[in-house]
Design a protein around this ligand. Structure first.
Ligand code: SF4
Ligand code: SF4
Length: 417
C-alpha cells in the first residue's frame, strides 16, 4: 500500500517498523476472521484491516488523532492473532505499539481515563501496591465498569504471602534467574514456587533476580514507553550483575515482553546491545521444562488454553499440548481455542464489557468440552477464567503430578470417562 511517511520519520527505527507494516498490508482481509473484536462487533473499524487504515492516517504527516480512531485502537487486544493469520507477513505489533505511543503523546484523554491508566502503570506494576488494592476489594462488587474491574483485581492480592525460597539443587545443570514480575507476584506466588520445584527436579536451579521488578509490559501496552523502558533497564542491569544461564519469567505475556526488549531500544547505542543480549537469554517456562519422567496414571482430562502471548508472541504454538500429551494427560479439544480470553494485560480493566464477552465465550466453549481442569501458562488468562472453571498454571499441574505440594482444585476422577 502507498504511504506518505517522510524520510525524517523513517530515520526513526520504531517508526520505520510501523511504516513497513502499513506498506506491506495489501488489504486482503484474510486476518479479519481471526480478530476477536471483529468477531464480536462485526465492524471493520474494529478489525485489523480497518485499524491499520486508522493508524496510518494518524501517523503520517498531518495526521490527527481523533477520538473515533482512539476508540477503535483502544479496543484492540494486541493479541496478534492478525499477525499470525497474515499471509503477507504484516507485523501488526510494530504498528499498534507505535500508534499507542503516538496516542499517549498527542492525545488528551478524558480525566477518568487518564487517572485509570496512571493507576495501572503506577500501582499494578508494583506487587506491594497491588496488595494495597485489598483495601478497595469491598468496593469491587458494586463499583461499576472499569473501577469495579480494577477493585476486583485488588481483591485477589495476597499481601501476607511471598514466594517461598526455591529448593537447592546440589549440582545444577543450569542456574536460571527468575523475575517475579508484578501482578503474579501479588496474586499467585504459589505459581513460582511450583515452577522452582518442577525445574529443580530437572536439575535446574532458579535464583531470584534481585533488583528486577515488572517486565514493563503493562506500561508498554498503554503507550507509556519511557516507563516500560525504565523497567526494562532495571531488569537488564539486574541480570548483568549476576552470572546466570538464562532469565525466566513464568507468565507468557511477560516472557514475550522480555524477548522483545531489543526492539524497544533500537538505535540506542548503549542499550540496544545490552537489551539484545538480555532478550537472547530470556526463556519461557515451556522452553525449559520437559515432560513427566513417568507419564501420569491419573484419568485427568485437561484442556490447554493457549495464551495469545504464547501462540502469537513467543510462537510456541502446540508445545504446551505436546508436553501434556507426552506426560500422559488426556487432552480435551475445545472450540475457538485460538481466540483471546479477553484478559490481555490491562484490557480487562480498560474494556470490561468486551473483555467479559470474550471471557464468557471462552468459558462456554470450555464448559461444552467438559474437561476436569484447564491449564495455561499466563497469569492474566488464569485470573480471567478462574472462578468460572478450575484453572492451574502448567507448572502447578506438573508439580502435583510429580508428588509436589500443589493440590488440585477439582476432585480426581476415579477412571477415564
Ligand atoms: S491479512 Fe495481512 S495483508 Fe491482509 S489485510 Fe490483514 S494485515 Fe493486511
Ligand atoms: S491484535 Fe488482536 S484484537 Fe488487535 S486487530 Fe489484531 S487480531 Fe484484532
Amino acid at each position: 500500500m502507498r504511504t506518505a511517511f517522510t524520510a525524517e520519520q523513517l530515520a526513526d527505527p520504531q517508526m520505520a517498523g510501523a511504516a513497513k507494516a502499513v506498506r506491506t498490508c495489501v488489504h486482503c482481509g484474510i486476518c479479519t476472521a481471526s480478530c476477536p473484536t471483529y468477531v464480536l462487533l462485526g465492524d471493520e473499524r474494529d478489525g485489523p484491516r480497518g485499524r491499520i487504515v486508522q493508524m496510518q492516517a494518524m501517523l503520517e504527516p498531518g495526521g490527527v488523532v481523533t477520538p473515533e480512531a482512539v476508540h477503535h485502537i483502544d479496543r484492540c487486544l494486541s493479541c496478534l492473532n492478525c499477525r499470525t493469520a497474515c499471509a503477507s507477513s504484516v507485523n501488526y505489533q510494530r504498528l499498534v505499539d507505535q500508534a499507542r505511543i503516538h496516542i499517549q503523546d498527542h492525545y488528551r484523554r478524558p480525566l477518568m481515563d487518564r487517572v485509570l491508566r496512571w493507576m495501572i502503570a503506577k500501582i499494578m506494576t508494583r506487587p506491594k501496591l497491588v496488595a494495597l488494592g485489598l483495601l478497595a476489594a469491598p468496593l469491587g462488587a458494586w463499583l461499576p465498569g472499569r473501577l469495579g474491574a480494577m477493585a476486583r483485581i485488588g481483591a485477589k492480592a495476597r499481601p501476607s504471602r511471598t514466594a517461598a525460597p526455591a529448593p537447592v539443587v546440589p549440582h545444577p545443570v543450569k542456574r536460571i534467574a527468575v523475575m517475579g514480575g508484578c501482578v503474579q507476584a501479588a496474586m499467585a506466588p504459589q505459581i513460582d514456587e511450583a515452577v522452582a520445584r518442577v525445574l529443580a527436579r530437572r536439575g535446574i536451579q532458579v535464583v531470584p533476580l534481585e533488583g528486577a521488578g515488572c517486565c514493563g509490559a503493562l506500561p508498554h501496552h498503554l503507550g507509556r514507553e519511557d516507563e516500560a523502558k525504565d523497567w526494562a533497564r532495571r531488569a537488564i542491569q539486574a541480570y548483568e550483575a549476576g552470572n546466570y544461564d538464562g532469565v525466566l519469567i513464568s507468565a507468557t505475556g511477560c516472557s514475550a515482553q522480555l524477548k522483545d526488549y531489543a526492539h524497544m531500544f533500537l538505535g540506542d547505542a548503549v542499550w540496544e546491545p545490552r537489551a539484545r543480549a538480555f532478550a537472547a537469554a530470556a526463556l519461557d517456562f515451556l522452553e525449559l521444562v520437559t515432560p513427566l519422567k513417568e507419564p501420569t496414571s491419573s484419568a485427568l482430562r485437561v484442556a490447554y488454553h493457549p495464551a495469545c502471548s504464547m501462540t502469537n508472541g513467543l510462537r510456541l504454538s502446540g508445545q504446551g499440548e505436546a508436553l501434556l500429551a507426552a506426560s500422559g494427560f488426556t487432552l480435551v479439544p475445545f472450540g475457538e481455542s485460538h481466540l483471546c480470553c479477553g484478559s490481555a494485560g490491562s484490557y480487562s480493566i480498560l474494556q470490561p464489557e468486551l473483555s467479559g464477552q470474550l471471557r464468557d465465550r471462552k468459558l462456554a466453549h470450555l464448559s461444552a468440552a467438559d474437561p476436569d481442569l484447564v491449564v495455561s501458562g499466563n497469569i492474566g488468562c488464569i485470573q480471567q477464567l478462574g472462578g468460572g472453571i478450575a484453572v492451574l498454571h502448567l507448572a502447578q499441574l506438573l508439580d502435583w503430578a510429580e508428588g509436589g505440594p500443589t493440590t488440585l482444585p477439582v476432585e480426581l476422577p476415579a477412571k477415564p470417562r
